[in-house]
Write a protein that binds this ligand. Structure first.
Ligand code: ADE
Length: 248
């Protein structure tokens, strides 16, 4: 069971996005749970404000330290009261290191994960220094807030939690798990728009099917992600040599 805790000003956005499909099934079956905690509920400002102008001037507003800190303390206290250890706090920010499958695997072994979603122009640096353990970006572009990145991370991490995916959906053979893109797949009918399903897939010869799939994975990777292909060839020199010798 993995517990996600999302600190946000828009809890509905996050919960609506995540309480569907496979993740909903995972929640209902007790493999994951996702709480969205509204940072605004922790403000001590009498007008319920959580933002203010930046010192030094400049456009835009910043989220203040107090509500963010108190919200995080509330979550961490609950985790400790439940007998679990203090959680890592991930801040979704374009300045972070890039989220990858490898990072997702690392996070998937945590019991709890707190994700902090920023808004406005950012968050007061002092509270970030005090509570954040990991700065993570989902890519080199700027979004209006951390909610979509939080959803991306929760989705990607959740499918690695045992039980969330069924056997058929299982995540063992797929893009990135071995550094290669997935091979092409086909379903009925056997012929569509004049195009036939590759013969080998209808043969029932499992070894040949495996070989064909690896070959096609390599071709796909070489074509669409030459950067990944180069890494694969460097890290699998013996397999590559064998393959070439066979005249493949
Ligand atoms: N917040 C705004 N843009 C972001 C990004 N690219 N990744 C993570 N958090 C963000």
């Amino acid at each position: 069971m993995m517990h996600f805790h999302i600190m946000t000003l828009f809890p509905d956005m996050v919960l609506n996005g995540l309480n569907t499909s496979i993740l909903k099934r995972g929640i209902d079956a007790g493999y994951i749970d996702i709480e969205a905690v509204n940072i605004r509920d922790f403000t001590e400002n009498k007008h319920n404000r959580v933002d203010d102008y930046t010192y030094g001037g400049g456009a835009g507003m910043l989220m203040q330290a107090q509500p963010v800190y108190d919200c995080c303390e509330y979550i961490q206290d609950n985790i400790l009261k439940s007998g679990r250890k203090k959680a890592r706090v991930v801040f979704a920010t374009p300045r972070g290191i890039t989220f990858t499958q490898k990072k997702a695997e690392e996070f998937s072994s945590e019991e709890d994960l707190i994700i902090l979603c920023g808004h406005y122009e950012g968050i007061d640096e002092r509270v970030l220094n005090e509570i954040v353990t990991d700065h993570i970006s989902i890519g080199d572009y700027v979004l209006t807030g951390g909610e979509l990145p939080a959803m991306v991370m929760v989705d990607c991490i959740s499918r690695l939690i045992p039980g969330v995916l069924s056997n058929e959906e299982s995540s063992t053979v797929e893009s990135f798990s071995d550094g290669l893109l997935e091979y092409p797949q086909y379903t009925r009918p056997e012929e569509w728009h004049g195009e036939k399903v590759p013969e080998v897939l209808l043969s029932g010869h499992h070894l040949n099917i495996e070989k064909w799939r690896l070959e096609r994975s390599l071709e796909e990777t070489k074509r669409f992600r030459p950067d990944l292909y180069d890494i694969y060839v460097k890290t699998h020199p013996i397999q590559e040599k064998k393959r070439k010798n066979k005249g493949n």
